[in-house]
Every structure is written in structure tokens, then in C-alpha cells.
Design a protein around this ligand. Structure first.
Ligand SMILES: Cc1cc2nc3c(=O)[nH]c(=O)nc-3n(C[C@H](O)[C@H](O)[C@H](O)COP(=O)(O)OP(=O)(O)OC[C@H]3O[C@@H](n4cnc5c(N)ncnc54)[C@H](O)[C@@H]3O)c2cc1C
Ligand SMILES: *[C@@H]1O[C@H](CO)[C@@H](O)[C@H](O)[C@H]1NC(C)=O
Ligand SMILES: *[C@@H]1O[C@H](CO)[C@@H](O)[C@H](O)[C@H]1NC(C)=O
Ligand SMILES: *[C@@H]1O[C@H](CO)[C@@H](O)[C@H](O)[C@H]1NC(C)=O
Ligand SMILES: *[C@@H]1O[C@H](CO)[C@@H](O)[C@H](O)[C@H]1NC(C)=O
Ligand SMILES: CC(=O)N[C@H]1CO[C@H](CO)[C@@H](O)[C@@H]1O
Length: 537
């Protein structure tokens, strides 16, 4: 054939041709036309459809709920457009059109995914976002102890709206008020009440989901397999959750909270060693988590580790003091440390707000500070020996402002079997251990912090669960592996799949084969269909 040069020209001409044919009518235009044709009700595009051409609002909508700034860096691919449905029929139309036009979609509710998977695609371009932030209605039915909550609502809104109707009703879910219920409950959802009532997902009794054909299914219509899968199998794999029907739980009119901090110089190791044996086994009404950070010691004039015990007791100060005196005297809790308050006022407190913060803060949507971060997590099934703690602190202090959080398990978490829901980290887990690197200068120091948290995770290996080393799908971690859209094969996914779900991963992949065999709902760590053609590779 011709010379390399003419080949080059030919290729060039071809490229031009394909650009001009695809751009004669743009993807966003095709999509809006398709939406119009497929939505039952008209769609006001000026307030629901955002492209980089209306730059100001596009950027603010994109950034609105994105929690991890690492995924807003300029190097991250931006979506071609964002659609923010106002009603269920809009979501149905969006699914139908994504499928028809083969536009890769990401679904976002609260935007708290640690790896930004709800608003960034690392594996497929172009892509668009369906953002459910405007679908956030909450209907509380105290007479029946239930509520319907829409995917775009935040945990803080759910807690607040329940408390408006009753001071003794609550919902057991996450500690961070700005997390969205759409993503949170699909991954399980633990919090300060899980030792008594289980996970958020354990307290879901019905749901509405848009499936891969654009149909709305409730529990009865979707069947028990799919209803099982969406309560812990992780977001973005089976369809778009529109709303959950949740069961409310009882809390007393007054609860007691406290925070006690101890540095290494104040016997922190001895207390922490005792905590590991006490916190997972103590009365289920008592939740004591430990937050560890590096502080400058005012007396010693050097850096040290501070361990803060943040706790809530579902009862009075007097009975708490008695319980702590019996079971955990090493912490030295006194009456002055304790604050008796209502359940709803204890919510911002447990998250770390000052003890005078009013609950109205829960309905302000942007309350958690956004930072650049990388998180990793372990489930601990054995007590870490006291004499190992100092070597852990040595590694811990290598980062500038590291955070480690230990959350106790036990109680109700021990009584629900591993296969009841996809979330398997139940009986025998003593506590969850989270490692967090945070920084605020973007790409500049990113590598150093990412390296630190990865090395720290390696260092913790001997103390962590094994076969598999368990991980939490809601603490998404792409270090565990990710896959290509073409062949998100079961075998390739199994490294992270078994860590997140243990043997439930197999059943999840079977459900996926049944409800979304063509893998419409997919991302870097979505559940692969067990029977996809490319699984043969
Ligand atoms: C500051 C902070 C605090 C946290 N605290 C807790 C805690 O106390 N307890 C806990 O268990 N977890 C906690 N998490 C983790 C949190 O539960 C998960 O990140 C959760 O997935 C967030 O849900 P979202 O809707 O906000 O996130 P998104 O980023 O919107 O979504 C997360 C995932 O779910 C998918 N998804 C979103 N909406 C839907 C939908 N409607 N239907 C189907 N799939 C959907 C997304 O595509 C994505 O894959 C915390 C996270 C952060 C950043
Ligand atoms: C869009 O807005 C962002 C932030 O406001 C700005 O940095 C960027 O340069 C703008 N891009 C265009 C193409 O106008
Ligand atoms: C501790 O002191 C150093 C040096 O003075 C300072 O840079 C750092 O920000 C301080 N850290 C904290 C947590 O206060
Ligand atoms: C509430 O906060 C104030 C200010 O930090 C503090 O002085 C007080 O001791 C706190 N009360 C309790 C019971 O924690
Ligand atoms: C999927 O993509 C990868 C990487 O591009 C490639 O190596 C592999 O052959 C593809 N698999 C299939 C089944 O197309
Ligand atoms: C093609 C690809 O990225 N495959 C990856 C899928 O995930 C596993 C880990 O679960 C990786 O080992 C593969 O490289």
C-alpha cells in the first residue's frame, strides 16, 4: 500500500470525519432528546441539566457533595454532563437513555465515596452523572415505627426529621451527618447504635429501585434475592435506589455522652489495651469509640499520640458511672466528664461538634470539612498486645496529621449471621480499625501521605483479620484492585470481592447475572455478573 505518510494522512482524515459526525449532534443533546421522549412528565432542563458550557453551575454542582478533594483535582476526568432528576420518572428515563445511547453513568447520592466513584470514572470515558441530591424527601410514620427516606437525603436529615416527630425514636446508621442514604445503606452502614440494633441495612424493610430496564421495583416486585443484594452489596451494581423504607428503633428520652482524652504520657497504652477487651463485650447500651491523632504535648514540648474515647450511653449518668466503675475503671470516668442530653443533641456531639451545638446543624448539608484523603480499614478479631502498641505509634507518627479510629463491634453484630445480608463482618469482630491520611495542599504532598497510609496498612497486617483480610465496601479502597469495563470478570474481582463480602460475593455475582447481565450498572469495583461472556478470560 502507500507510504507511511499517506497512511498517516488517511488516518488523520478518518479522525476528522469521525469527530465531525459525532459532534454534529452532541451527546448531551442526544441525551436530553432521549430524556424528553422517555419521561412521563416534562423535565425543566435549565435547572436539572449541567454541561461544561454552563461552567459556573456545572462546576458548583459537580463539587457540591464531592467529599474527597483528591477526586476533584484537575487531573481527574470530568463528566460530560450532570443530570439531577426531580422525580422518579426522570430517573427511569435517564437509565433507559444511558442504556440506549451507551453512555456510561455514575450515580451519586451523598458523594461520600472514599474513591469518588460516584462522580469520577477512572476506567471509562466519556461518562455522565445522575445526581439524586434533589430526591431527598423523608416521611416519618411514628404510629408504625417506620419512615420512607429518599436516596438523596443525608443521615443528618433522617435523624433530625425523626426527632421532630418523636424524641424516643431513632435510626441506627452512620456517625457522619452529611453521608447520603443512597450509598450508605447499600454498603451496610454502621454507627453508634450498631452494637444494640445492627447496621442501617439490617433495619431496612422495603425499597424502591430503578432496574436496568428502567422499571421501578419495590421489595415484592424485585424479589428477595435482589432485596438481599442491595442491603450491603455496595452501591452502583444493581440499579438506582430511589428510596428505602426503614424501621425506627427506640432510644431513651435522655442519653449520656462523654469524651476523655489520654496521651502516651497519661497511660494511654494500658487503657487502650483494656478497651480492646471491654468495649466489644460491655453492655450494648454503651458505645465507646477511640480516635487517635498526633498532638503537640504542651508539657513535654514534643509530638505525642492522643487517644480520645468518645462515648454514648443509652441511659443516665448514674448508671453509666456504675457500669464504668465496674468494667472499665482504668479510664477514670467522673460525673464531671458526663453530659446528659437528648438523643438528637448527642448526634452532633458524637461526630465531634462542641457540646453546645444545636441539632439544626444536621440539616445543613455541608457540615463535614472537605480534605484530600486516603483511607484504609481493617477488622480486628484479636486483641493487639500492649507491648505492640509502641511500635504502632512509631509508624503512626511518621505522617503529619494521621488519624486512626477504632469502633467497637459485638452485641447485636454478633447475633446476625454472616450470610443474612451481604455485609459479612459480624460475629467475632472485636473492632474496626480505620487509618486516615489527610492533607490540604492537593497534589503537592499527596504521594507522601498516600505512601504513609499504605505502609501503615502493611505494618498492621499481623494484627488484622486474615483469609481474607476483611475490608468494608463503604470504605472503598481501590488499592484492593479494580477492573476494566469490558471484563469485570468474577475471577479478576475476587481479590476485593471476598474481602468486602466473604462468601456472599458469589451470591452477589449470581444476583447480578440475573438482574443486570449486560452490566449496565458498573464501576471500578462493581459486582461482576458471574456469567458474562468475558469472564472466560
Ligand atoms: C466523612 C465520612 C464519614 C463517614 N462515616 C461513616 C460512618 O459513620 N459509617 C459508615 O458506615 N460509613 C461511613 N462513611 C462511608 C459512607 O457510608 C460511604 O462512603 C457511603 O457509600 C456514602 O454514601 P453516599 O450516598 O454519600 O455516597 P456516594 O458517593 O453518592 O455513593 C457511594 C457509592 O454508592 C453508589 N450510589 C450512590 N447512590 C446510589 C443509589 N441511589 N443507588 C445505587 N447506588 C448508589 C455510588 O455510585 C457509589 O458507588 C463515611 C464517609 C465519609 C466520607
Ligand atoms: C470553569 O470554572 C472553573 C472554576 O470556576 C475555572 O477554574 C475554569 O477555568 C473554568 N473553565 C472554563 C472553560 O471556563
Ligand atoms: C505542632 O507543632 C508544629 C511545630 O511547631 C506545628 O507545625 C504543628 O502544626 C503542630 N501540630 C499540631 C497538631 O498542633
Ligand atoms: C462542654 O464544653 C465546654 C467547652 O469546651 C467544656 O468546658 C465543658 O466541660 C463541656 N461539658 C461537658 C460535660 O463535657
Ligand atoms: C479488556 O481490556 C483489557 C485492557 O484493555 C484487555 O487486555 C482485555 O483483552 C480485554 N478483554 C476483553 C474480554 O475484551
Ligand atoms: C484488567 C484489570 O484491571 N484487572 C484487575 C482486576 O482486579 C484484580 C484485583 O481484584 C487485579 O489483580 C486485576 O489486575
Amino acid at each position: 500500500m502507500g507510504s507511511p505518510r499517506s497512511l498517516l494522512l488517511l488516518t488523520y482524515a478518518f479522525a476528522l470525519l469521525s469527530v465531525s459526525t459525532t459532534s454534529s449532534i452532541s451527546t448531551p443533546e442526544l441525551f436530553t432528546q432521549c430524556l424528553e421522549a422517555n419521561s412521563q412528565n416534562p423535565i425543566p432542563f435549565s435547572t436539572t441539566f449541567f454541561t461544561p458550557n454552563n461552567n459556573a453551575s456545572f462546576t458548583s454542582v459537580l463539587e457540591s457533595t464531592a467529599q474527597n478533594l483528591r477526586y476533584l483535582l484537575p487531573s481527574m476526568t470530568k463528566p460530560e454532563f450532570i443530570f439531577t432528576p426531580l422525580e422518579y420518572s426522570h430517573v427511569q428515563a435517564a437509565v433507559i437513555c444511558a442504556k440506549k445511547l451507551k453512555i456510561h453513568m455514575r450515580v451519586r447520592s451523598g458523594g461520600h465515596d472514599y474513591e469518588g466513584l460516584s462522580f469520577v470514572s477512572l476506567i471509562e470515558k466519556p461518562f455522565m452523572i445522575i445526581d439524586l441530591a434533589k430526591l431527598r424527601a423523608i416521611q416519618v410514620d411514628i404510629a408504625h415505627n417506620t419512615a420512607w427516606i429518599e436516596a438523596g437525603a443525608t443521615l443528618g436529615e433522617v435523624y433530625y426529621r425523626i426527632s421532630e416527630k418523636s424524641p424516643v425514636h431513632a435510626f441506627p446508621a452512620g456517625v457522619c451527618p452529611s453521608v447520603g442514604v443512597g450509598g450508605h445503606i447499600t454498603g451496610g452502614g454502621y454507627g453508634s447504635l450498631h452494637r444494640k440494633y445492627g447496621l442501617a441495612a439490617d433495619n431496612v424493610i422495603d425499597a424502591r429501585i430503578v432496574d436496568a430496564n428502567g422499571k421501578i421495583l419495590d421489595r415484592e416486585a424485585m424479589g428477595e434475592d435482589l432485596f438481599w443484594a442491595i442491603r450491603g452489596g455496595g452501591g452502583g451494581s444493581f440499579g438506582i435506589i430511589l428510596s428505602w423504607k426503614i424501621k425506627l428503633v427506640q432510644v431513651p428520652p435522655m442519653v449520656t455522652v462523654f469524651t476523655i482524652s489520654r496521651t502516651l504520657e497519661q497511660d494511654a497504652n494500658k487503657i487502650l489495651y483494656k478497651w480492646q477487651r471491654v468495649a466489644p463485650n460491655i453492655d450494648e447500651d454503651l458505645f465507646i469509640m477511640v480516635q487517635m491523632r498526633v498532638v503537640n504535648s504542651s508539657t513535654q514540648g514534643k509530638r505525642t499520640v492522643q487517644t480520645s474515647y468518645v462515648a454514648r450511653f443509652l441511659g443516665t449518668t448514674d448508671s453509666l458511672l456504675q457500669l464504668m466503675g465496674e468494667k472499665f475503671p482504668e479510664l477514670g470516668l467522673t460525673k464531671e466528664d458526663c453530659l446528659e442530653t437528648t438523643w438528637i443533641k448527642s448526634v452532633p456531639y458524637i461526630y465531634g461538634f462542641p457540646n453546645t451545638t444545636s441539632p439544626e446543624i444536621l440539616i445543613q448539608r455541608t457540615i463535614s470539612d472537605k480534605v484530600y484523603m486516603k483511607n484504609k480499614v481493617d477488622y480486628m478479631r484479636q486483641v493487639i498486645p500492649e507491648n505492640a502498641l509502641n511500635s504502632i505509634w512509631k509508624r503512626f507518627m511518621q505522617d503529619d496529621a494521621p488519624i486512626m479510629v477504632w469502633v467497637p463491634y459485638g452485641g447485636m453484630m454478633n447475633r446476625i449471621s454472616e450470610s443474612t445480608l451481604p455485609y459479612p463482618h459480624r460475629k467475632g469482630v472485636l473492632f474496626k480499625s480505620q487509618y486516615i491520611a489527610r492533607w490540604d495542599d492537593g497534589e503537592k504532598s499527596m504521594k507522601r501521605h498516600m505512601n504513609w497510609v499504605r505502609r501503615f496498612y502493611d505494618f498492621m497486617t499481623p494484627y488484622a483479620s486474615r483469609f481474607p483480610r476483611e475490608a468494608y465496601v463503604n470504605y472503598r479502597d481501590l488499592d484492593l484492585g479494580m477492573n476494566q469495563s469490558n471484563g469485570t470478570s468474577f475471577l479478576r474481582s475476587s481479590a476485593w470481592g471476598f474481602k468486602y463480602f466473604k462468601d456472599n460475593f458469589i451470591r452477589l455475582a449470581m444476583v447480578k447475572s440475573k438482574v443486570d447481565p449486560s452490566n449496565l450498572f458498573r464501576h471500578e469495583q462493581s459486582i461482576p455478573p458471574l456469567l458474562l461472556e468475558s469472564n472466560k478470560d
